[in-house]
Structure formats: structure tokens, C-alpha cells
Design a protein around this ligand. Structure first.
Ligand code: ADP
Ligand code: MG
Length: 581
């Protein structure tokens, strides 16, 4: 009847699945997947409009009872891909005690997250879902198991523990899911997994999901999966449609300058919430202290902390009491933090896969995200490898200089004063100015007032010059025009830091501001993404309630205007013009 829904017949379809069986309908709906009404209702209440590619391909065979081996990047919706079929097979408002499904996950945080998802999807079915993990009082978990559950979501260690105590009964398990299986193997859970699987019925359904498929995982799958359906969703494919956009930038910084560089980048990026990945627990602790000492609100998260401490850290981030989470990979595994806008790699990750995992935490569900990597001059090759494996483009930039930062702060002060001049009731200060004017020149009075306003505006002037370095043996990045920034050598020795464009600055008016959630990074990203300019060409940025002003080299203003008019900023079309104020 409604044959007009032409999203179904997208022309120029670049979706074509690489599998033999011709996918009949590229844009199946959840209804098409045959899910029961209780689930459809929950999904529409959650605002899920259509299944993601992994859901589209995995749900039908899973509902049909097949074993499955699924590989898809972080953030592609694997949780629902296995949860919905489990719930589809559950008798509504079941009363029996032993669980019928067991989901194994690598960490406690993920156990909580996955069980919340199952709970939300299964609410109308009365699904009883129990997360089970170490570090929480076992008594409560025992009591819940005792009173009966349908789905247990567990970390392998605690599952085994409960199994050995005889309180986790696996005799009625119809489905076992191994979620983030690669992570579980990495964390040394292989034996635990084997032991647990051995306790479940042979005729069970086994489902294995993973972001990567290392060989060891294949071996595990061969032993425990029975003629599985194999599904691999390429990153590009998941990204088609409303592509999760992640702006990826690397800054080349000498090791010793990293804390200062990070601080400065955070100042300019102004993330709502960011996670900074470190290699070790010690690095997490040190960096947390350093950042807090510099006035940031950072919380550590690593495996050496007690469960309670980790909960508190997460809680502070969620409530906005902290805006930086400094974490190791292990502690942050699988976390899905809604408000996360930035992922920072304090070091270049040694494995490209972990880069992919990490940045998968932002840019979810079509939102824009930012990934920042601090690279040392010798890490060029590693970064290239990551670009290749991740299929990403990482733009290399130099850290903003002290002069950049000062200029930006002065601009903010100027903007604040201008706003005050336009909008505030200032008359009650008149007497102060008049009295001082008897003694001083008005200009001098103004200067002193500006100084006080500037200082009150916060932002300690950090005078630390961060050396401007490039990658070491640079095999000709096309964008080293001018070539004067010699790789590695040019420390900021007192002189004026090199500025790319010394010509006069022109200004751009952008008809989106704070109200639209615009941040400096969005504007820099749009400009560098759409034009030849690099981050260093972009001068001061003022963000007002309804608009923003951006400085770019005078000669480039027209190009930038044209380029930005043809694109969107934060998913929106904006008025763009040359500013003549
Ligand atoms: P993965 O396990 O693949 O890393 P998740 O299952 O954690 O990914 O899903 C990532 C995010 O996408 C979650 O916030 C989830 O609620 C959301 N999501 C999953 N499926 C859909 C869908 N079909 N439509 C919209 N959002 C979805
Ligand atoms: Mg997941």
C-alpha cells in the first residue's frame, strides 16, 4: 500500500553485501525480521528506527536457532543482535528458576551494560535478567539466582565461581553468547570459557560476537560452535547511511611535552566528556594527577582499582562532576558512555585493532566524535599502519602554540566585553569611570578594566612552549608547504612561534552557535575537512549563542565561504558569509 517509501530503493546502492546469497531487502525493518510485538514495541520506544547491518543479518538465523560467528566493529549494535533473538525465544513471564540463556562478557561494566539492554528490550516480556560479576557482594547474586532468572550476564570468573558453588545451574541453557570474545581471550579467560561451556547442554545454541577475529578465536569457535553462520560486517558498511563521523587528528609531540600538549588541546577542543587512554596503570595515575593539578576534572579508571572506586569514577563522569576519564584499555573495555565526545590516545596504540576499539566509543549512532592521538616524532610508521588497517584518514597537526592560545583567550575577553557593551546595564559603574577619568586617560582606564576582566575570565596563562616538531624522516607529506618547519629540530626558543599564514586575517560569520552545540573543534573540523587549510591556518574562534566568528587567512575567505556553504556543520546547514563587523 505505501509503496512510496523510497528509502527502500535507494539508487546508487553501495550497500551490496559481499555474500553469495543475494540480500533480498537491504533496508529490512525490525518487523521484517519477524520479531514479536513486545520487542517491536520496546525498540520503537527506544527510538531504534531500523536494524543495523549486523542486526539485519544476524537476527534471522539466530531466531532460527543457528549457531553464529559474527564480526563487526565496536558500536555497530552487536548487543541487540544477540539480545533480541534470546528474548524472542523466551516464554513471556516465565516462572522457572534456572536460566535459559547465558551471556559471557569480559568486564563488569559490560555485564551491567548488556543486562540493562536486555532488561530494556525485554521489559514487556517480564524478562528476568541478572548481571553477575566479581567485585560485587556475592550474596545478593546468590539470592537472585535462587529466586529465578531467565538470562544471566556474567564475567567468566564469577560465572565459574557460582558454577562451582552449585548456585548457577546451566542445565536448561538454550543459548550461550560470548560477547567481545576477542577481549575475553586477551584477558586470559580461555580456560574459564571452556570450563563453562562444558557445563552447558550439548544441543545449546552458541553465539560468538567479536570486533576482531584473531586465529585463537577461530580455534575456540571450531570447538564449540556447530556449523555456524558466519557474518562479517565491514566497517564501511556499518558506516553507510547515517555514518558515525569521527574526526581523527594526530598531534606530533615530544614525549616530555605531552601533558602540556594534552592540556592545550583539551582547552581548544573543550570536550563534553573525554576518555584518555594510557598504556599502564601507573601512567593513568600520574596523568590523572598532573591534569587535576592543572585544573582539569579527571578521574582514573584501571584494573588496579576496587570495584567501588571504578563505580565512583564512572558515576562522576556520567553526572558531569568529572569530564575526563583517564583509563587503560582493559578497564574501559566495551564501555558505552553516551555523552562521550572525544577519545584521546595518549600514546599511539601498538595494535591497530586497539585504535579501532578505542575510537569506536565515539561517533556512535550518527553523532559526531573526535579522536585525538598524541604521537612521538618516531611513530610515523605506526600511525600509517593504523590508517591503513582502520581505513581512516588521520590528519596530522601541530599543537597550538602559546601565542595561539593567548590570542584565543584575548579574543574571548574581547567577545565577552562586546556582549556586555551590547547587552548589560552598565550605568551603575559610570561613577567609577568618571572618578578615574579625572586622574587618568580614558584609554588607560579601559586597559586596566580589560586586564581585570581578562584575568577574571580564568585560564591561567600557561607559558610553557611546546616544541613544534614533525614526524622524523618525513617522506614528503604534501602539506609541508613553505618547508620551513624542519622536522624535529625547531624548538620554540624564545622567538615568535612560526605561524603558517602571516598575512592579514579575514573573518567568517557562521550562523550556528552555542545553542546548536557548536564547539571550536566543529568549525576547525569543517574548515580543514572541506578546504586546503589546516588547523594552523584557522585563527581565533568566537562562539556566541546563535552564531560564531572564525578567523581564516584573508585570501582564503571566499574559498572557505563557498566550501562551507556546500556542506553541513554538525549535521546542519548554516548561513556562512564574510564578516564585516
Ligand atoms: P557494539 O556491541 O557493537 O559495540 P552496542 O550494541 O553497544 O555496540 O551499540 C552501540 C549503540 O548503538 C548503543 O548505544 C545502542 O543503544 C545503539 N543501537 C544499537 N542498535 C541500534 C539501532 N538499530 N538503532 C539505533 N541505535 C542502535
Ligand atoms: Mg558490544
Amino acid at each position: 500500500m505505501e509503496g512510496m517509501s523510497d528509502e527502500r530503493t535507494t539508487p546508487g546502492d553501495e550497500y551490496s553485501a559481499p555474500d553469495e546469497h543475494s540480500a533480498p531487502d537491504e533496508h529490512a525493518t525490525f518487523e521484517d525480521l519477524g520479531l514479536r510485538p513486545e520487542l517491536l514495541k520496546a525498540l520503537s520506544a527506544l527510538g531504534y528506527e531500523e536494524p543495523t547491518p549486523i542486526q539485519q543479518e544476524a537476527i534471522p538465523p539466530l531466531v532460527g536457532g543457528r549457531d553464529l560467528l559474527g564480526q563487526a566493529a565496536t558500536g555497530t549494535g552487536k548487543t541487540a543482535a544477540f539480545s533480541l533473538p534470546v528474548l524472542q525465544q523466551l516464554s513471556a513471564h516465565r516462572r522457572d528458576k534456572p536460566p535459559v540463556a547465558l551471556v559471557l562478557v569480559p568486564t563488569r561494566e559490560l555485564a551491567v551494560q548488556v543486562s540493562e539492554a536486555l532488561h530494556k528490550y525485554g521489559r514487556d516480556l517480564g524478562a528476568r535478567v541478572l548481571p553477575v560479576y566479581g567485585g560485587a557482594p556475592i550474596v545478593r547474586q546468590l539470592r537472585s539466582l535462587e529466586s529465578g532468572v531467565d538470562v544471566v550476564v556474567a564475567t567468566p570468573g564469577r560465572a565459574l565461581d557460582l558454577l562451582n558453588r552449585g548456585s548457577l545451574q546451566l542445565g536448561e541453557i538454550a543459548t550461550v553468547v560470548l560477547d567481545e570474545a576477542d577481549e575475553m581471550l586477551d584477558m586470559g579467560f580461555a580456560e574459564d570459557l571452556e570450563a563453562i561451556l562444558d557445563e552447558t547442554p550439548r544441543e545449546r545454541q552458541t553465539v560468538l560476537f567479536s570486533a576482531t577475529m584473531p586465529r585463537r578465536l577461530d580455534a575456540l569457535a571450531r570447538r564449540h560452535l556447530n556449523d555456524p553462520v558466519r557474518i562479517t560486517i565491514a566497517k564501511e558498511k556499518a558506516a553507510a547511511g547515517e555514518a558515525p563521523r569521527v574526526r581523527q587528528t594526530a598531534y606530533v609531540v615530544p614525549r616530555g611535552a605531552k601533558p602540556a600538549a594534552l592540556g592545550r588541546i583539551l582547552d581548544i577542543e573543550a570536550p563534553t566528556a573525554a576518555i584518555v587512554f594510557c598504556r599502564t596503570r601507573e601512567e593513568v595515575d600520574t596523568l590523572t594527577e598532573t591534569l587535576n593539578g592543572r585544573g582539569y576534572r579527571a578521574e582514573p579508571l584501571h584494573g588496579g582499582m576496587s570495584q567501588e572506586q571504578r563505580d565512583k569514577a564512572m558515576g562522576r563522569l556520567r553526572s558531569g562532576t568529572a569530564d575526563l576519564l583517564i583509563a587503560t584499555d582493559v578497564a574501559a573495555r566495551g564501555l558505552d558512555i553516551d555523552l562521550l565526545t572525544h577519545v584521546v590516545n595518549y600514546d599511539v596504540p601498538s595494535a591497530p585493532e586497539s585504535y579501532v576499539h578505542r575510537i569506536g566509543r565515539v561517533g556512535r549512532a550518527g553523532r559526531e566524535g573526535v579522536a585525538i592521538t598524541l604521537a612521538e616524532p618516531r611513530e610515523h610508521r605506526q600511525l600509517k599502519t593504523i590508517e591503513k588497517v582502520a581505513g581512516a584518514t588521520i590528519s596530522v597537526q601541530t599543537v597550538p602554540t602559546v601565542a595561539d592560545l593567548r590570542a584565543r583567550r584575548l579574543d574571548l575577553t574581547r567577545a565577552a566585553l562586546r556582549e556586555s557593551l551590547l547587552g548589560d546595564e552598565l550605568d551603575r559603574f559610570r561613577v567609577v569611570v568618571e572618578t578615574l577619568a579625572d586622574e587618568f586617560d580614558l584609554m588607560e582606564v579601559a586597559l586596566a578594566a580589560v586586564k581585570l576582566a581578562h584575568e577574571a575570565g580564568g585560564g591561567v596563562d600557561d607559558d610553557e612552549e611546546i616544541p613544534q616538531v614533525g614526524f622524523r624522516p618525513d617522506s614528503g607529506r604534501p602539506d609541508t608547504r613553505g618547508g620551513s618547519r624542519d622536522g624535529g629540530r625547531g624548538a620554540g626558543d624564545g622567538g615568535r612561534p612560526p605561524r603558517r599564514s602571516s598575512g592579514p586575517a579575514g573573518r567568517l560569520f557562521v550562523g550556528l552557535g552555542r545553542e546548536a552545540g557548536i564547539r571550536p573543534g566543529d568549525l576547525v573540523g569543517a574548515i580543514t575537512g572541506e578546504t586546503e587549510l589546516t588547523g594552523r591556518d584557522v585563527g581565533s574562534i568566537e562562539i556566541h549563542q546563535r552564531f560564531a566568528l572564525v578567523e581564516v587567512p584573508e585570501g582564503a575567505v571566499d574559498d572557505v565561504v563557498n566550501a562551507l556553504r556546500a556542506t553541513m556543520i554538525k549535521g546542519r546547514k548554516a548561513t556562512i558569509r564574510r564578516d564585516r563587523s
